[in-house]
Design a protein around this ligand. Structure first.
Ligand code: DOR
Ligand code: ZN
Length: 346
């Protein structure tokens, strides 16, 4: 039995750090185990321009513990009015890695997102030319499409047509949740990739809804049937470099989750790595963990692999705090719902 595992320090290719009191509380949690993270731009005032991204990056750095070398990598929030020249400047700086497509209304703070996808053509042509990846929240927001079908409809109706028009555009399908998503993501190696979250590997829609509604398991894309979770598990543990970790750790204070209209988002930054070790161990795939958490993402984005290492140790079940405190109120930490035997020991 493996009881200790040393791997290259992980990166988180999809992270919400927020701003203000939440940023102050959550940034140190991600910086403890992750070397770098791709920071999502959906603040209440979205990070649309290069200048806004640089200002936000400074606020993140100020929230890090003294001496931390955690590197926030920035994304811009695409709108129908995004200026291709601003995109070019941002990408050339090396500090902004991608631009994120949010269909308008699909998720938290997405109202300034895209309604008419054809309007993106000039900016996407520019991104394809310079090799800048587009990250996508891959769900349609139409009220006539069932929430459990929104990912597969997005692939057929929006993403595939965009890629047909621009085959050289690099695309990361963020937080895939379905068999269809996992299959599509592997269909064009080097051009197409997908992030998978910790929580979508661990929960299905029953965890969220059977026996009572559990707001801390509600996120978008919404967890699906067990057969889809199994497809994600197969993908993550396959060793295929088109799948890598993006936790989508998305803190909301408890009073906004435990409400008659609760926010979408699961906060997993604190315990993602131990949870993933447990999931990969139970799938007899510990030897595939490092590729998923620490190698494939940086390869796709054309960045060097981290030099640092972390060591995980297996023992008696580990307990994690139930919440982290913030000046805006507590944020509940993801409850893995199974015993976790792994912890990061150095
Ligand atoms: O559950 C989610 N929370 N999904 C998203 O797409 C956004 C995120 C957030 O920002 O809260
Ligand atoms: Zn997200």
């Amino acid at each position: 039995m493996t009881t200790s595992l040393t791997i290259t320090q992980p990166d988180d290719w999809h992270l919400h750090l927020r701003d203000g009191a939440l940023l102050a509380a959550v940034a140190p949690e991600s910086a403890r185990e992750f070397a770098r993270a791709l920071i999502m731009p959906n603040l209440s005032t979205p990070v649309i321009t290069y200048k806004q991204a640089m200002e936000y990056k400074e606020r993140i750095k100020s929230a890090l513990p003294h001496g931390s070398d955690f590197e926030p990598l920035m994304t811009l929030y695409l709108t129908e009015k995004t200026d291709p020249n601003d995109i070019k400047r941002a990408y050339a700086s090396g500090l902004v890695l991608s631009a994120k497509l949010y269909p308008a209304g699909a998720t938290t703070n997405s109202l300034l997102g895209v309604q008419n996808f054809e309007k993106l053509q000039p900016v996407l042509e520019c991104m394809a030319d310079i090799g800048m990846p587009m990250c996508v929240h891959g769900e349609v927001a139409n009220h006539d499409v069932d929430i459990f079908d929104r990912e597969s409809v997005f692939i057929d109706k929006i993403l595939d047509p965009i890629r047909q028009r621009l085959p050289s555009l690099k695309v990361v399908m963020e937080h895939i949740t379905t068999t269809e998503g996992a299959n599509y993501a592997k269909s064009d190696p080097g051009k197409l990739a997908a992030t998978i979250t910790t929580h979508h590997l661990m929960i299905n829609r029953n965890n969220m809804l059977a026996g009572g509604i559990r707001p801390h398991y509600y996120c978008l894309p919404v967890p699906k049937r067990e057969k889809h979770r199994l497809s994600l598990l197969e993908a993550a543990t396959s060793g295929n470099p088109c799948y890598f970790l993006g936790t989508d750790s998305a803190p909301h204070v408890d009073k906004t989750k435990e409400s008659s209209c609760g926010c979408a988002g699961i906060y997993t930054a604190t315990n993602s790595i131990p949870c993933l070790a447990e999931v990969f161990d139970r799938a007899n795939a510990l030897n595939k963990l490092e590729g998923f958490t620490s190698i494939f993402g940086s390869n796709f984005y054309g960045l060097p692999t981290n030099k640092g290492k972390i060591t995980l140790t297996k023992g008696l079940p580990v307990t994690f705090p139930h919440q982290i405190k913030t000046d805006d109120g507590p944020v509940t930490i993801f409850d893995p719902n199974i015993d976790i035997h792994w912890q990061v020991t150095s």
